[in-house]
Design a protein around this ligand. Structure first.
Ligand SMILES: [Zn+2]
Ligand SMILES: [Zn+2]
Length: 250
């Protein structure tokens, strides 16, 4: 494989930075606004928690700075993938008729399940004594995260997070549009997980299907206590591995 850039790296880097950046800025701004403590909750549910007011601004500035670094790393990974033609070795298919329509739609929940699995195990490993300080400490500087903490990683975690998402297109056949939908859902769920307000109705945690969904309250508990509730979208791996810590707010 030639390691000369095939398509140039600057244009794909710029496109990726704009796509990831604008999508994140839009979702995080909406979630930040909706989770403002002065706004009454539509179902009267209390806030999960908020940092003391004097901490909010420095906290937010740090989250914005680290998130920008993460976006630059995401853009660089995409630039290398596109620019060096590595996508040709992936299982991306560009002709929508190449696979049945049912697979196009099924591939989206399959990608969510795959990402949830890869994320859970990466997250567990990053909480090990060996790697926590090197990879994951920056993300946990947000004890009371805001929506902008969703991407506030150190450089090595940002790189690992980018690689587990990219790994998916090397594992299963995926159409780029389905991949875009998956990534958009992923960004939205990540932002929700850090926003500090629970939007699920209280009945969700008791529902036979709802109990398998990860919630913002569960991830807020992870940030406050630094252990348990390692999942992303679903509680499956936390339940199987016995790491689920239910919260008072479910
Ligand atoms: Zn963690
Ligand atoms: Zn987090």
């Amino acid at each position: 494989m030639s390691l000369q850039p095939t398509y140039g790296v600057l244009v794909p880097a710029l496109y990726a930075f704009l796509l990831y950046g604008l999508r994140f800025a839009l979702f995080a701004s909406i979630a930040f606004h909706l989770s403002d403590p002065s706004r009454p909750h539509p179902r009267g549910r209390p806030h999960i928690d908020r940092p003391p007011k004097f901490q909010l601004n420095p906290n937010l500035r740090r989250e914005l700075g680290q998130s920008t670094l993460t976006l630059l790393i995401f853009a660089a990974v995409n630039a290398i993938l596109f620019g060096y033609g590595l996508l040709h070795s992936s299982r991306l298919y560009f002709k929508v008729t190449e696979f049945p329509t049912w697979w196009f739609w099924t591939s989206i929940p399959v990608m969510l399940a795959l990402h949830d699995t890869l994320f859970y195990w990466l997250h567990r490993v990053m909480h090990s004594r060996l790697l926590f300080a090197k990879m994951h400490r920056q993300h946990h500087e947000s004890v009371y995260p805001t929506a902008f903490a969703a991407y506030s990683f150190g450089w090595s975690e940002a790189l690992a997070e980018a690689l587990i998402v990219i790994a998916i297109i090397f594992i299963i056949p995926v159409h780029p549009l389905a991949f875009l939908i998956f990534q958009t859902l992923s960004t939205a769920y990540n932002v929700y997980g850090h926003c500090g307000r629970e939007f699920y109705p209280e009945s969700v945690s008791g529902h036979w299907a709802g109990r398998w969904m990860n919630t913002s309250s569960l991830h807020a508990h992870h940030h406050r206590h630094g252990r348990g509730n390692y999942s992303f979208y679903f509680t499956f791996w936390d339940r199987v591995m016995g790491t689920l810590v239910p919260t008072a707010q479910k």
